[in-house]
Ligand binder design. Structure first.
Ligand code: GLY
Length: 282
């Protein structure tokens, strides 16, 4: 079993050592809990669980603590992909739900044809399923918004997992760039930011426009599927990202249990755990 999570970039809004320590501690706790969960749950269930914990922590730009858009409203996006069935589900620009990834999970579980919903339609679907109205705004995000403090869209959370049965999955969730034009679509609920098949699973963080322009996650997964090693698929894809001066980070796991992460700029907030060794950003 293998598990990796990420929480955006350390340098995005607060560069104090206190914040760094808090993010390290949060990732350590979340990956430990999520790994224990993986022992008795599938990769898809565990990715949803880990991303829900990340969404619940206001340190990260997803769920509670999401950034605020240009018009003062929070709109969040999240997606889940099951590598075995190769089905993706997601929500784009949903408002006022605590855990967007859980709405994506319901869309997958219910087996509905329309698995990626946006805006008011996504919210209505969530309401019908009993998701309560919940404001994910925090005083810190509101203060940053009032001060016009821009983070340039470098925050997102994500998880990739390989379970006991050898199944792969990925989940990604974001509060977006902050200050974006309402209607802007993040990479997190696209195949560029969140992609898996039976060979590989990849979740991205960074500037959505760069990740989409580079096709990052689906490109890495396709390269591994075609026989490239995980490391070389990451390196080739990030070399291509450099040609557009892109800003991104990604975590990945393949079906053999190899894991990898890479960022175009320091320092991506990530953790990897296999039940014995914890690899944590520093
Ligand atoms: N990666 C998050 C976003 O650009 O919205």
């Amino acid at each position: 079993m293998k598990l990796l999570i990420h929480g955006g970039f350390f340098s995005e809004s607060d560069q104090s050592s206190e914040t760094k320590l808090a993010k390290q501690s949060a990732l350590r706790t979340i990956i430990t809990k999520a790994y224990a969960y993986l022992e008795s749950h599938s990769a898809v269930q565990t990715c949803t669980y880990a991303v829900s914990l990340l969404e619940d922590d206001p340190l990260f730009n997803a769920g509670i603590g999401s950034q605020i858009q240009h018009d003062g409203v929070i709109r969040m996006s999240a997606a889940l992909m099951d590598g075995t069935t190769q089905k993706m589900s997601g929500v784009i620009n949903i408002e006022e739900v605590k855990n967007p990834i859980q709405v994506a999970q319901k869309l997958m579980e219910q087996g509905v044809e329309d698995r990626i919903l946006s805006g008011p339609g996504a919210k209505l679907y969530a309401e019908k399923l009993g998701f309560e109205n919940f404001s994910t705004e925090t005083p810190q995000r509101r203060a940053e918004f009032e001060e016009n403090k821009r983070n340039e869209g470098k925050g997102t959370v994500g998880c990739v997992a390989l379970d006991q049965e050898g199944r792969l999955a990925v989940a990604t969730s974001t509060g977006g760039k902050g200050f974006e034009i309402p209607g802007r679509v993040s990479d997190s609920a696209t195949v560029a930011g969140n992609f898996s098949n039976e060979w590989c699973a990849v979740s991205c963080t960074g500037v959505g426009e760069d990740i989409v322009s580079n096709g990052t996650a689906c490109k890495i997964v396709t390269r591994v599927t075609d026989g490239q090693s995980l490391k070389s698929a990451f390196e080739k894809t990030f070399d291509e990202l450099k040609t557009i001066n892109g800003f991104a980070g990604a975590i990945g796991v393949d079906a053999k249990g190899n894991t990898f992460h890479l960022d175009s700029h320091p320092s991506m907030v990530y953790a990897a755990y296999d039940g014995e060794t914890l690899d944590l950003f520093n």
